[in-house]
Design a protein around this ligand. Sequence first.
Ligand SMILES: Nc1ncnc2c1ncn2[C@@H]1O[C@H](COP(=O)(O)OP(=O)(O)OP(=O)(O)O)[C@@H](O)[C@H]1O
Length: 372
Amino acid sequence: MTNAHLKLDGLAKSYGRFVAVEEFSLDISEGEFIAIMGPSGCGKTTTLRMLAGLETANRGQITLAGTRIDQLPVWERETPLVWQSLALFPFMTVRENVEFGLKMRGVSRAERRRRADDWLERLGISSYADRNVARLSGGQRQRVALARSLVLEPKVLLLDEPLSALDAHMAIKMQGELKKLQRELGITFVYVTHSHSEAFSLADRVVIMNAGRVEQIGSPQDIFLRPRSKFVAQFVGGISLLEGRVSDKEDGKRFLDTPDGKVRLAHGAGLAKGATADLAVRADRISVTVEPGWGENEIACTLISEEFAGAVVNLHLETASGHSLVAQLQQRDLEQLDASIGARVYASWHPDDGFLLESTRQSGSSPRVRAA
Ligand SMILES: Nc1ncnc2c1ncn2[C@@H]1O[C@H](COP(=O)(O)OP(=O)(O)OP(=O)(O)O)[C@@H](O)[C@H]1O
């Protein structure tokens, strides 16, 4: 038994021998905001289309509020999809677009109008009600697309990169509005996006996909602070990875032998001697100095480049073995560092700030084509 509102159980989709989605399982609670992320082609849209009923899964089940829906046609699913190209009817007015779904469901003219006008009002687009949608800005069209789905009072709203056509300013504004709306209505959102900031600021849980598989599901904090695999660490960014072999215990402490020297692992790092492991350290936990001797875990590096990112600056470093590390400094600390590009510097961190990745699967290493 499960009390999941929307349950995806082992969903899989192939096109010929190409595996678009290998196995997707997720229990979603009522009113939860789920974001699905991953590189282009990893299977995000295919997953959403299976939920919407626009694609038939080869395997697996979808259950909504205890009822199996994967056999139902699109119009009986109550899981409308709002997608990037919007697909509004260009020859209709804003109000006609919003009323369309209700008309298809046989709702009376007066009731259609009342409900459509209510949503136009809520989304701040009443003054455009009689305008042709072709004469709206991207942000206005986005609101019409939302109104058109929300007027049907869906249990789940599926959104495929809904803000990708908007400029950065409008996208941020709409992000806030979407989150507010989702909270107020208590509707479950499943939201596909390429934008890290959208996923991490909006979602209750983020799903990271890679080559048709789910790599990690967790709260934004979990994913950001505790990426499970090398792939997720690299995808999320801002994390330095060091490969090595776990060495003998010395004075009760465990070390990792890396090509750039020995580094101490956090207490409780439970790996057997000789095991290979990937150590991850967040960029904001790495200190950079021009003199050695400041930290317990210290690696000599060359300063390769500085990347300004507002109040902070990312320093890209290279170890003697050619490994890349990234350290995030405050502008003030950078001024104090006084090191130019090409200079020898020392990257250090506290052992407790390093964590071992659970899985060492490489990006793109999973076979995606089934044997004939
Ligand atoms: N109808 C189809 N026939 C064959 N292959 C398809 C079909 N639809 C999708 N694919 C392939 O399945 C894979 C997953 O596609 P999907 O659209 O789900 O990716 P995505 O993660 O949403 O990518 P993007 O971020 O670029 O939109 C891709 O390699 C795509 O080319």
